[in-house]
Design a protein around this ligand. Sequence first.
Ligand SMILES: Nc1nc2c(c(=O)[nH]1)N[C@H]1C(S)=C(S)[C@@H](COP(=O)(O)O)O[C@H]1N2
Ligand SMILES: [Mo]
Length: 431
Amino acid sequence: MTPGPLRKAPENFLDGRRGFLRGAVAAAAGVAIPAARAQADGNGDPNILNLPEHSTGLGQGVATDGYGKPSKHEGNVQRRPSPGLTQTAQSSVSFAPLQSLFGIVTPSGLHFERHHQGWWDIDPSRHRFMINGMVKTPKVFTMDELMRLPAVSRFHFIECGANTGMEWGNVAVPTVQYTHGMLSCSEFTGVPLITLLEMCGADFKGGKFVLAEAADGSSLTRTIPMSLIRSGEVLVAYGQNGEMLRPENGYPLRLVVPGVQGVSWVKYLRRIEVGDQPYGTKEETIHYVDLMPDGRHRQYSGIQECKSVITTPSGGQVLLDKGFYSVNGLAWSGRGKVKRVDVSVDGGRDWRTARLETPVLSRCLTRFSIDWTWNGKPAVVQSRAVDETGYVQPSYRQLRAVRGTRSIYHNNAIQSWLVEENGEVKNVQLS
Ligand SMILES: Nc1nc2c(c(=O)[nH]1)N[C@H]1C(S)=C(S)[C@@H](COP(=O)(O)O)O[C@H]1N2
Ligand SMILES: [Mo]
């Protein structure tokens, strides 16, 4: 099979440029797109006939800068801020380039960022983590003390509650990076919070909640129910994808709260307080609440419901030709494993069950794919995920029937991409 004739998403939709690259490899070799297509059988291809320098010359020695970087040909794969959102340096978002990623793990340097008050590169030797409140022995841990304890490593997604938020207003931002890019997935390493609470003699009878507090100036604090912590899944984490957390992602310590919206994953974690009731902090009473149709606020809607999105083809990409495509994307659920993903290429009339790429892990991204032969006619591609609880990802009509139209957060509706006759892929909303 020849490589899919799929152009990459525009380098940056802001400067109005279109993605004219067929792919990084073709671009680097200076191959014109039609020529590359005509020579699909290799006949007369100068890239086969003329030996390149890398086949005849000497390569470079081992990297001496000590830490590897991506190929220079992949320079357009970047996390990017959105012009439509908060743009002060201190309260900012960058979105992960989902359209350019494979599998389920987000490379650490492309993990999305959400900072309420800027990020810090904290000196781990001076960082302290305290547990107090309803405990027998309040304790302060250094990083060394934490890292001596038995740790676990687990793959989990993190999604900001505001991911896909602009679509509530049918703003239809152009690419999947901006519709769904406040989503990432890593292998996190850390100590289960339950272990640390036990070390402090936490009162598990009266202590129904904990408050997690950050060490940055955002005063970021969130209530976590003890029931989640008891499952052993909540981690006081220092590792991300085999190395220490990146500064942007909370170095040297962050809370990992699998399945729960990103704001509860407190970065620069400095304190856990055990209490007997929810704390009602600003992040749970003013922000991250949902305005319901009856005018009341829905609070503490922590769990990210089952959701999916097709990343190829997706907004901003261009299909160059009719023919075979491997339609693929990501599915996830804050309630457990993804059980099934259905894909439609006709705007939801017919659905086919997609393949799930292994491993399929709980509260983790799952990659799905399905074969599609595009006939060159306009097509609307959609994915609909079902999780192991039987919950089915809703359409916009179904979601709005319950939630109304005035939300910002917690939009898990089915995403539609329109493939136009000229191959351009656009973000559309079907009512
Ligand atoms: N200390 C601190 N923790 C924080 C935040 C923050 O601004 N400061 N942002 C929260 C929000 S709203 C989200 S969505 C996630 C984002 O994590 P990331 O930047 O690692 O992607 O961190 C959460 N934890
Ligand atoms: Mo967030």
